[in-house]
Design a protein around this ligand. Structure first.
Ligand SMILES: Cc1cc2nc3c(=O)[nH]c(=O)nc-3n(C[C@H](O)[C@H](O)[C@H](O)COP(=O)(O)OP(=O)(O)OC[C@H]3O[C@@H](n4cnc5c(N)ncnc54)[C@H](O)[C@@H]3O)c2cc1C
Length: 477
């Protein structure tokens, strides 16, 4: 029996975030628990050792097997594959046409367009991969809609659409009137917006577990329950053994804040998702039957999508910034309540529909809001990091790039602008995480005030703008 205890209509697992795995992962494990991958218990050798069994690590393993089936590949995962954000995210495989401003600023127009097209191919590639390998990851290509929910966002929307038009990508990203938007999904909060063609939803944990199955079938060795404690050259050391390899890959997402190779370029922020009970009839009432991914324009983004059985998964980036990846990324009941409030605000006709699950996870925020993939200096250590909460489509490219760099393949992928790009560094600790915490709350306060038609206040506005003033491509102008 579920217990419905409060005004937000939270029930069941939504009341105990972090006490169980994400709903996606529980669902995927019920469907296929997969074969066991016992922990590493001795010293071994390999051609490539990959730390992290999420999308980045598993796609890298997959593309390595494509490039050279004879490579000895070992993946080390501290928990189980897909237990991190790859099995907890919103399942938005979305285009980069909305990030043209940042891409053009960093890399120029030609390279920015190449990056956007590569992401478009990656989204299609995920669907094709699922088809080829019999993975039912609920892949659905319904596009991505942006919804304006505050006057302050109107200019953001106009600028975004104009930039795409000027770059010759008017078909990729176009304006939606309020009526057009409401015809696809009717919410009293929506005032118009934009439509991006590149956007597909997936059940992310099914994709992660499907990748795990495929790479195991191809002879990759995976050790779950195996935390890497440090690197010595390309040798990975764990508490019970080591993997001596020619090449090592760090695919640890926000846990990168604990690795010297990555930590100056990352801040860990949390994001939470709430999930309703199935309510297909309510979805039909509001016309949301096309499988579109939707988000608003807040920096502390709200993002939402449907599931085949008629649920809404609603995410909010309203969580907190932290120095290390700790329990606050999974057990934060305040973040769950804030996310649920966002959902109740946007979908009042779902008031009677319980929120029956909720979970959170860490996001690896980069100074540019964009990821980079490459080689750490002149070492044999490679990395993929900085997805900033947008890794479902880019991780597939990361895997391709890292496999090509390791095998020395000269491909279009390794010439993408985010390969071996050098993002600026964040300030050192403890300034970085304290600053991130304060700025994050200021951004949320500013955006909430704007949404409610209030003036955010001088101090809050100035604090929220700090990252831009420091030269980072983060937060409001
Ligand atoms: C709530 C939430 C919603 C999101 N929604 C979206 C979305 O809709 N669309 C989108 O594009 N992106 C989204 N993201 C971001 C997306 O999930 C990530 O960018 C993506 O999954 C990154 O994949 P990854 O393999 O790099 O990281 P992860 O999936 O985090 O994998 C890293 C793995 O490394 C393991 N690990 C860490 N340290 C060690 C160690 N020392 N030893 C061994 N293993 C270690 C971790 O356990 C983890 O499994 C969301 C993230 C969150 C948290």
């Amino acid at each position: 029996m579920t217990t419905t205890t409060n005004a937000l209509n939270l029930s069941g697992a939504a009341l105990t975030p972090g006490a169980q795995r994400s709903w996606w992962l529980r669902e995927a494990l019920t469907e296929d628990p997969g074969e066991p991958c016992p922990p590493l218990a001795r010293d071994v050798t390999a051609d490539v050792v990959i730390v992290g069994g999420g999308f980045s690590g598993l796609w890298t393993a997959y593309f390595l097997t494509e490039r050279n089936p004879n490579l000895g590949i070992v993946v080390l995962e501290q928990d189980i594959c897909g237990s991190g954000p790859s099995g907890r995210n919103g399942g938005f495989a979305s285009g980069w046409w909305d990030d043209l401003h940042g891409l053009v600023t960093l890399y120029g127009q030609e390279a920015a367009l190449r990056a956007c097209r590569a992401i478009a191919e990656s989204i299609k590639g995920i669907g094709e991969f699922c088809g080829q390998h019999g993975i039912d990851a609920w892949y659905r290509s319904g596009g991505y809609m942006y919804a304006i929910t505050a006057t302050a966002h109107e200019r953001l929307c106009e600028d975004m659409v104009k930039l795409a038009r000027e770059a010759g990508a008017a078909d990729e990203l176009r304006e939606l009137s309020a009526a057009e938007l409401k015809a696809r999904c009717s919410s009293p909060a929506f005032r118009g917006g934009a439509y991006m063609r590149d956007g597909a939803s997936v059940q992310p944990a099914r994709l992660a577990r499907g990748l795990r199955r495929v790479v195991l079938e191809r002879g990759v060795t995976i050790h779950e329950g195996t935390a890497a404690s440090r690197l010595d050259g390309a040798t990975v050391i764990t508490s019970a053994g080591s993997v001596r390899a020619k090449h090592a890959v760090l695919a640890v997402n926000a846990w990168g804040v604990g690795w010297p190779q990555l930590n100056r370029h990352l801040v860990a922020w949390s994001s939470y998702i709430v999930l309703t009970s199935p309510a297909p009839e309510r979805l039909r009432e509001i016309g949301w039957t096309g499988g579109e991914l939707i988000s608003d324009f807040r920096t502390s983004l709200r993002y939402f999508r449907t599931t085949p059985d008629g649920r809404i998964a609603f995410g909010g980036g309203g969580g907190r910034a932290r120095r290390t990846v700790d329990d606050m990324f999974t057990r934060d009941t305040r973040a769950v309540a804030e996310t649920a409030e966002g959902f109740r605000l946007m979908f009042p006709t779902f008031a009677e529909v319980p929120i029956e699950d909720a979970w959170g996870g860490p996001i690896d925020v980069s100074p540019t809001h964009l990821p980079t993939f490459g080689r750490a200096g002149t070492s044999h250590v490679y990395y993929a990091a900085g997805y900033t909460g947008n890794g479902v489509a880019p991780t597939r490219i990361a895997g391709e790039v890292l496999a090509d760099l390791i095998t020395g393949a000269d491909t279009d992928a390794v010439r993408l602008p985010m390969v071996n790009a050098r993002p600026p560094a964040f300030p050192p600790e403890p300034l970085r995480s304290w600053g991130a915490m304060v700025v994050r709350r200021a951004m949320i306060a500013k955006e909430t005030a704007e949404e409610q038609g209030r003036e955010p206040g001088f101090v809050v506005s100035q604090l929220a703008r700090t990252p831009r003033r420091m030269g980072y491509l983060l937060g409001p102008d």
